[in-house]
Write a protein of this length. Structure first.
Length: 406
């Protein structure tokens, strides 16, 4: 090989080596740029996370100020915290659904209604409260000043007497919250009352959540702790308090309730609509609580007492501060319960009519839509409800008599 050839070969080797060196340097710079980019991204993410945490902390601090402001503004009387001690150790989600609280009233004292509202504002975290809707069911008084307590309070005026049942429907149709909480106009919210209800519904949207109802005496308004009891009914279709069907393992365990008393409960807004709200063909009140209880259980839902939620309620002794319209008290209740029996009791409706034969002669109105609702929701028969939810109903004297056991 000539000297020229050796020189050319050597030159080529040098060029290759230089190319490899330059390429490797460029690659290293590219890798370094990528590393630098990853570091910058991580730094930004860390900064954003810190900023997000700071914003969250700031938000909590601001909300703490709002809570304290609410508590100062709406300070109400001190009442006993009637919750079990174990309830105080439960941690609830921060991002619970917001609630619309619906309170119908007719011929109610302004100071009692005001205290109901102020107790809610005082003992409810503001970020969980969408609004308080008070429905004036053609009250003879002018209580508009009650709606001025706070911007979250608004009043709806019925143009005629609708009754408790339809007033609740009217309030629900105006509500914006994800959860509806129905209260009566003579209640008092206790400490930590709303979080357990909202958590239960967040965890199970088909659950109707019931607080333990404490007693407020109607003569001196002393607040008294109530014992835990469940609810049922007889074939008069009249609600009654019953003992627990099975013992709780802990004081905070939810308790199944075959039927609710009806005045105080929380329900998902969406589930309320799917379930068909209340029966608008019912008048004033009476029977609607048993009807929606049977409907909730047989149509895919459940009713549970939430022991860590407590609300006081004034139990009046044998008098009603309102009128019952043309039908009168007895016939209104007979009509409502007969509508219930016709739609939901199947063959068991005979027991109700045997106890109340006068109900057969009362005009019940059109039941077509309610029966269609039962078919649409594919609800289970009433026999399933007795067998699985309320077997105690089998032991009632009326059933024994009809079955020839007495």
């Amino acid at each position: 090989m000539s000297k020229f050839s050796y020189a050319a070969l050597f030159g080529i080797q040098i060029v290759v080596i230089l190319f490899i060196f330059i390429y490797s340097q460029a690659s290293m710079q590219s890798v370094q740029r990528q590393i630098d980019q990853i570091r910058r991204t991580a730094s930004n993410l860390k900064y954003e996370q810190i900023s997000s945490n700071q914003e969250r902390i700031t938000q909590r601090v601001n909300e703490k100020d709002v809570v304290e402001s609410y508590q100062q503004k709406f300070k109400t009387r001190d009442i006993i915290d009637s919750r079990a001690t174990s309830c105080l150790n439960i941690k609830y989600d921060y991002d619970l659904p917001k609630a619309s609280i619906i309170i119908p009233f007719h011929n109610e004292s302004d100071w009692i209604l005001s205290r109901t509202i102020k107790s809610i504002l005082y003992r409810t975290p503001p970020h969980l409260l969408q609004e308080i809707i008070i429905v004036d069911d053609f009250d003879p008084q002018n209580l508009d000043q009650v709606a001025k307590i706070d911007p979250k309070v608004r009043m709806i005026h019925n143009s005629k007497r609708e009754g408790l049942i339809r007033s609740k429907i009217i309030g629900s149709e105006a509500a914006e919250g994800s959860v509806l909480i129905f209260l009566e106009s003579h209640c008092e919210a206790n400490a930590g009352w709303i979080e357990p209800l909202l958590q239960a519904i967040k965890d199970d949207p088909t659950l109707v959540a019931i607080p333990i109802v404490d007693t407020i005496m109607d003569d001196d308004y002393v607040y008294k702790k109530s014992i835990l009891a469940s609810g049922g009914f007889d074939f008069n279709l009249n609600f009654k308090w019953i003992g627990l069907q099975s013992p709780q393992k802990t004081e905070t365990d939810f308790v199944p309730m075959p039927a609710m008393s009806g005045g105080l409960f929380a329900i998902s807004h969406k589930w309320w609509k799917i379930l068909g709200k209340y029966d608008p063909g019912m008048d004033i009140w009476g029977g609607e609580n048993v009807e929606i209880s049977i409907r909730a259980w047989t149509c895919g839902g459940k009713i549970m007492i939430i022991p860590c939620s407590r609300v006081g309620h004034v139990f009046r002794k044998g008098w009603f501060p309102y009128t019952w319209g043309e039908l009168g008290h007895s016939r209104v209740v007979l009509k409502n319960r007969a509508r219930l029996a016709e739609v939901w009791l199947d063959d068991y409706k005979q027991y109700y009519y045997d106890l109340h034969p006068m109900a057969r002669s009362i005009e019940l109105g059109d039941l077509t839509e309610r029966k269609k609702l039962r078919e649409k929701l594919k609800c289970k028969p009433f026999q399933w409800y007795i067998d699985n939810i309320y077997p105690e109903l089998k032991d009632l004297e009326e059933v024994k008599r009809h079955m020839g056991l007495q």
